[in-house]
Design a protein around this ligand. Structure first.
Ligand SMILES: NC(=O)c1ccc[n+]([C@@H]2O[C@H](COP(=O)([O-])OP(=O)(O)OC[C@H]3O[C@@H](n4cnc5c(N)ncnc54)[C@H](O)[C@@H]3O)[C@@H](O)[C@H]2O)c1
Length: 342
């Protein structure tokens, strides 16, 4: 019997996830939900699905689903995750798990109550260089990781065009640093205790979008280790990088860098200089390859074989707690403590 998936939010990621799911063995996308009729119809045509809903709760009530993929904007993840698990579905949710720590705690509670499989789609865990760093930490080559740095910066077209409808309710840290924060916490294997963040609103504000141009945050962990995260949304549109991405870990015995900004391709074309992306989700012959399809397939496998998901609710909550503290610190102008309730 096939494993039935519903998708909540049929935008860029909802459709990308749907395309991957369609090619996973014994998996079927059988229902779609989106508040936008246009997005819904577009996805329904592409996936040849007739069970479409403007209200995801109707979908959960009427359809017999094994799992849902929640791909709504960051700030709307909580309710759909909780309602889906209470309706008996396993949940794969886009990163970040939620934008508020208390919302992530609510989800974590429901995961424990229902025993449903839950995974946050922090798909960078499946990128080989990041995995290699984890291995070098675990086998002692780097010693204890004590200092970290991560940069993820995008051209201004990301907030002003790609995410035009909701970038003002998000921030470069929510959208970009969340992956880096997940990786760093995974590598450091330590709980965060304090965050001090600085942000600036100038370029995007002048364009009528009240969000940060860029943010830098210093996160301290329980044994005194620390990491700095930078995210900016205002590179000129001439930037070939989507995003300019760099990570560093300094350990007591070694240092490692991952420079992922060009993903190994330079394309110097008549109209532009560009670095096309292939690492996260790319179709090679008839198969989707990269971090995103690996994450999706890993979730399906955990559901079918009753094994632990790779990025579970506790880990999602930990990253959200850091992101929440970053935004509290931006507001207060002071360092903010992190208290994890698990
Ligand atoms: N894992 C990754 O690498 C990655 C990359 C990009 C985006 N994301 C995340 O994926 C999520 C979606 O991003 P996107 O770029 O696809 O956004 P998008 O704007 O393209 O799509 C979001 C869709 O959700 C719909 N929607 C909004 N509220 C809804 C609701 N209450 N119920 C049902 N549908 C609703 C919108 O109409 C839209 O079609 C975000 O959380 C984002 O941060 C993850």
């Amino acid at each position: 019997m096939s494993f039935k998936f519903g998708i909540i939010g049929t935008g860029i990621m909802g459709k990308a996830g749907g395309r991957i799911l369609q090619l996973v063995e014994d998996v079927e996308v059988t229902a779609l939900a989106d508040i936008s009729e246009t997005m819904l119809k577009e996805a329904a045509t592409e996936f040849n699905v007739s069970a479409i809903y403007k209200n995801y709760q109707d979908m959960l009530e009427k359809e017999d689903l094994d799992a849902v993929y929640v791909a709504t904007p960051d700030q709307y993840h909580r309710d759909s995750c909780i309602d889906a698990m209470n309706a008996g579905c396993n949940v794969l949710v886009e990163k970040p798990m939620t934008t508020k720590q208390e919302d992530a705690e609510d989800i974590y509670k429901v995961v424990q109550e229902t025993g449903k499989k839950f995974q946050v789609n922090f798909n960078h865990r499946w990128l080989a260089p990041y995995h290699k760093i984890k291995e070098m930490i675990d086998d002692g080559q780097l010693g204890e990781p004590i200092i970290g740095f991560a940069r993820k910066n995008n051209p201004i077209s990301v907030p002003t065009s790609m995410l035009a409808s909701w970038a003002k309710d998000s921030s470069p840290a929510w959208f970009m640093n969340s992956h880096d924060i997940d990786l760093m916490v995974w590598w450091f294997d330590a709980n965060p205790v304090e965050v001090y963040a600085k942000g600036i609103k100038r370029v995007l504000k002048a364009r009528g979008m009240d969000t940060y141009d860029g943010i830098q945050s210093l996160v301290t962990f329980e044994n005194g280790q620390f990491a700095t995260f930078e995210s900016a949304w205002i590179y000129p549109v001439t930037s070939p990088y989507m995003p300019d991405s760099f990570m560093e870990v300094i350990g007591t015995k070694g240092t490692t860098h991952v420079n992922r900004k060009d993903e190994s391709i330079d394309a110097i074309l008549e109209e532009k200089y560009t670095c096309p992306r292939t690492f996260l989700n790319y179709k090679v012959f008839d198969e989707w390859v990269g971090a995103m399809p690996s994450s999706v397939r890993s979730f399906v496998s955990a559901c079918k074989n009753d094994t632990e998901t790779v990025v579970n609710a506790k880990e999602g909550l930990r990253s959200t707690a850091i992101l929440d503290a970053i935004h509290r610190s931006l507001e207060s102008g002071k360092p903010e403590k992190i208290v994890l309730n698990f």
